[in-house]
Design a protein around this ligand. Structure first.
Ligand SMILES: NC(=O)c1ccc[n+]([C@@H]2O[C@H](COP(=O)([O-])OP(=O)(O)OC[C@H]3O[C@@H](n4cnc5c(N)ncnc54)[C@H](O)[C@@H]3O)[C@@H](O)[C@H]2O)c1
Length: 255
């Protein structure tokens, strides 16, 4: 066990995704009660069966819909009486997401920033309203090193994918929103922080990994489990006075 989370009720959005599944397992292993929130009903059902834990609960929630978030918060409060932390971790994007900058239309740029940055804003806003009433709260939002630094485009040459321009706008926005909310809620006992991972290993091809790893300091591209330490720390009381901060977990890639 990394830290005893003492049955804290932790809501995680995008819980059925690559990092979401890893985070929720780490939270359960450290004695949290986890509410997996995702837009994908089928995946939530699968998650429940696969995880098979009495401390895992699920709720269908769309981070881009205020009524959906409000209804999820009401359901969670009814069932658990409290919410200790929100992890803003969903990854909404439209079907044209991921193009080179010259091919990104104004419509697609706006739609993707609306969904992702707008959705993170809406969750921060709606959960903060609840947290204010409750008297305490903790919001951890997933940003990325690409919210801090411009892409190393040379790593993506011939890779068949790029680091999208929307992502840069969204993730830098998430870091700044975090600081904004932290200051706005001065005196309300609500913390707002970010975790910014570098690339996460997900069977990328060998030539991409060689280029990526050459720019890292020790391990190279990290595995999804390597991000859990920073997340658990921010959920725990050990980080009680850390507020408005961004923790970069990238094996030094961004240096
Ligand atoms: N995977 C990486 O390499 C990496 C690196 C740095 C940062 N991140 C960040 O970590 C977070 C999680 O990334 P991931 O790779 O696990 O994503 P993923 O694509 O594997 O999973 C995303 C999840 O979000 C859900 N989702 C999509 N739209 C939603 C909506 N409107 N409401 C609720 N849920 C919705 C999906 O159903 C899915 O379960 C994202 O913020 C991402 O930017 C990921």
């Amino acid at each position: 066990m990394f830290t005893d989370l003492q049955k804290k009720v932790v809501v995680i959005t995008g819980a059925c995704g690559l990092l979401g599944k890893t985070f929720l397992k780490a939270l359960l292993d450290n004695n949290a009660i986890v509410v997996a929130a995702d837009i994908n009903i089928e995946q939530l059902e699968k998650l429940k069966v696969e995880t098979n834990s009495p401390d895992l609960f699920t709720v269908v929630m769309d981070i881009t819909s205020e009524p959906s978030i409000k209804s999820a918060i009401a359901d969670i409060q009814k069932k658990h009486d409290k919410i200790d932390a929100l992890i803003n971790n969903a990854y909404p994007r439209n079907k044209n997401y991921g193009n080179d900058v010259e091919k990104v239309t104004y419509k697609d740029f706006c739609e993707n920033t609306d969904l992702h940055l707008g959705g993170y804003f809406l969750c921060m806003q709606q959960f903060a309203l609840f947290f204010k009433q409750q008297g305490h709260g903790n919001v951890i939002s997933m940003s990325s090193i690409y919210g801090v630094m411009p892409p190393r485009f040379e790593v993506y040459e011939n890779a068949g994918f790029t680091m999208p321009v929307e992502y840069a706008a969204i993730k830098s926005g998430v870091i700044h929103l975090t600081k904004y909310f932290a200051k706005y809620y001065k005196g309300k006992n609500i913390r707002f922080n970010c975790v910014s991972p570098g690339g996460i290993f997900n069977n990328q091809d060998e030539s991409f990994l060689i280029k990526y790893n050459n720019l890292s300091l020790n391990k190279g591209m990290l595995d999804r489990e390597d991000i859990t330490g920073a997340l658990l720390f921010l959920v725990s009381e050990a980080s009680q006075y850390i507020n408005g901060q961004n923790i970069i977990v990238d094996d030094g890639f961004s240096l």
